[in-house]
Design a protein around this ligand. Structure first.
Ligand code: URA
Length: 233
């Protein structure tokens, strides 16, 4: 949205009056006086008119090392939730971009930017998600090929995008998938007669779980990590 429209939408001023106010130095965007009525407004930048804040929201992007046992939910009567690992008031603002099951661990991304987080999960975008998987039974040689060909999911009536499986040991593998469907990894292994006993997400696109984060710890994403989702690969 252009700055003049933003000012007229958020005050009693007409678009014309808003243009004059902006041109004559009454409006600050991100703490700077802005004289251009056509300035493109970002939804997260603070905007004020004569010192009165019209938009205060700041964008937040967080990576959390999710521990096993925590639900990817806001509240739950039974289990601890990942939100409880974040300080208030940050936790009230954030939503999860790509959930992990309660028994899974690893990279969880939280933000208050809904447009940005949609790119993490939207199957059409095909953002790679890499998991370290431990299985109950040895991973057969044909599993790699089955996953590369795509696994048919009966509930959704669709075939998963080709996934890459790297066997690391008899019951250990690194798997990269390009969607994030409900229980996708568990269902893929189930389809080949195996069972996942531990699942840890290592990365989403270019964002890799920071090895300095212990389970339960979090940090803000860097600008480079944030930008990587808008300009993948
Ligand atoms: N696939 C699963 O089955 N579980 C997860 O937590 C993530 C991906």
């Amino acid at each position: 949205m252009k700055l003049d429209r933003f000012i007229s939408n958020h005050t009693a001023h007409s678009r014309q009056a808003a243009r004059l106010l902006i041109a004559s130095g009454h409006v600050q965007v991100g703490g700077q006086l802005t004289h251009d009525p056509r300035h493109q407004v970002d939804q997260f930048v603070p905007i004020s008119l004569d010192g009165e804040l019209l938009q205060a929201r700041e964008a937040h992007f967080v990576m959390l090392h999710k521990p096993v046992g925590y639900l990817s939910a806001t509240t739950d009567p039974q289990h601890p939730t990942v939100m409880e690992l974040l300080p208030s008031p940050l936790r009230e603002e954030l939503h999860i971009g790509g959930r992990l099951d309660r028994g899974s661990s690893g990279l969880l991304i939280l933000t208050n930017d809904g447009l940005w987080s949609r790119r993490l999960t939207e199957p059409r975008i095909k953002l790679p998600k890499t998991y370290r998987v431990t299985t109950l039974r040895p991973i057969s040689a044909e599993t790699t090929e089955r996953f590369a060909n795509g696994i048919y999911m009966t509930t959704e009536q669709l075939t998963t995008s080709p996934a890459e499986l790297e066997r690391l040991g008899p019951c250990e593998a690194r798997l990269t998938i390009y969607e994030g469907r409900y229980h996708q990894v568990k269902r893929m292994f189930h389809a080949v007669g195996n069972q996942v006993v531990a699942l840890h997400r290592e990365s989403m696109g270019a964002i890799v779980l920071d090895p300095a984060l212990q389970p339960g710890q979090y940090r803000a994403l860097t600008q480079e990590e944030i930008n990587s989702v808008d300009q993948p690969g």
